[in-house]
Ligand binder design. Sequence first.
Ligand code: D5M
Ligand code: FE
Ligand code: ZN
Length: 500
Amino acid sequence: MDDGEILNKFLESNLSLHPHTLEEIKRRSNIEEAVNKILSRVARCDNTPEVITIGYLRELEHQGESLPEKVAVVPRRKVKSLAQEHEPEILIRDEKDITRKSFSEGNIEGFLDYFRNRYEGLSKILKERDHLRNSCTVEWAKNNANAGAVQIIGMVNDIKKSKKGHVILKVEDYSGTIPVIILNKDRELLELSKEIVRDEVLGIMGNVGNKGAIVIAKDILFPDLPINREPKRSLDPLALAIISDTHIGSAKFIEGVFLKFIKWLRGEMGSAKQRALAESVKYLIIGGDIVDGVGIYPGQENELIIKDIHAQYEKFSSFLDLVPDYIEIIVLPGNHDAVRQAEPQPAISEEFTPQLYEDPRIHMVGNPCYANIHGVDVLSYHGRSLDDMISSISSLSYSQPEKAMLALIKKRHLAPIYGGKVPLSPESIDYMLIEDVPDIFHLGHVHTVGVESYRGATLINSGTFQEQTSFQRKLNMRPDPGKIPIVNLKDNGTTLMRFV
Ligand code: D5M
Ligand code: FE
Ligand code: ZN
């Protein structure tokens, strides 16, 4: 739309635009959509000035984004729903949350300590495996060329492919470094090696060769989940709704879809079966990228409909006001939120979300977060490392985030690759280690939905409420907005509710 067309559209409604307002509207990514939205909001107002100033435009946009009156006035049900009948049982594992206790100075010693912690943590998990109980050090393997079979627990420093198609891992422990060769003829192991990434810790079973200069791998073990673990279950058939990546403030945030979700939670929408499911929802997790933020990437201001970070969080708070008051809500940050980028990330602070801190049913937590919810262990992490996993392992893709989650859980680490997209803070504890096995493993970030079951754990990626951004279009990334996994905590059965 050019200037004349925009002005004409307003003139048709007997309105004129202040020149600054015109400029402001032209900054919207979809001008026509913005104009229609503004006009439809104007139509709902009683006292509209003839000239629309920029201040009035902002007021309009905020007002339009607050709640449709219809939602606010629906009377509360008289009969108690299933979720209302039950008291909340929620325990946030504070010792696994970085909030208010980062001691990292980000120096070299810090990183050495951090990698030692990572090695210790993962090696402890690996040693629980029968085959690795008697592992030796790299140094011992080098000095005992005639030892034959050895088991080593080591961190992968480097991965290379030789001209002949052998894969060579440079593997390190406290005592030293040794090349581990996966022979080209070992098809099965070669296939498995495609899932190995830098900086992860593996169990290697092999034979010492070349007078102690190499180990020829016979088998490679990920720390993995135990095979026969009985998952914890809730005694009550209550449900957990899992969302993330709302990106409030973005012009691509689909407010209508988000409001439909809230209406459904309130029992104001859906078939009888869907309403019954809504009535069982006792918990809601919101896994980061709550708002789109400001200054997150170059040119972002052109894609924002709310340009002030405080206003973005205010809007979020006003949405949470509409969620039925018997639902407990856990909120963690993502890479678009107003906290440090380095992971683990502390909770979004009171400065941005004062109302949420006043509400006892809202739990503002760090990323990642471990919580026990009605007896079920849940691990929630925003999921930025999925980008690194998908770019490092060729079989993984954005369309199936659950497969990348599976790879992470087998590695028992939330962000195994160092030096990629995820900035890691060298904390004195490895908060990114998956030490305790979760019953529900939740990630977001990639804006696609995925559900998978693995050895008693339910893996869920929670999608988004943001339509494809121009950046994602360039990369041919196809988000899958408005699909929400609802997990029954009694049997982990997951229903995908669609609001698009
Ligand atoms: O990220 C949503 C998805 O889009 C996630 O998979 C990363 C990708 N994305 C978004 N912006 C970028 C840039 N600038 N570089 C690389 N990849 C990107 P979100 O955290 O919601 O922005
Ligand atoms: Fe996101
Ligand atoms: Zn993200």
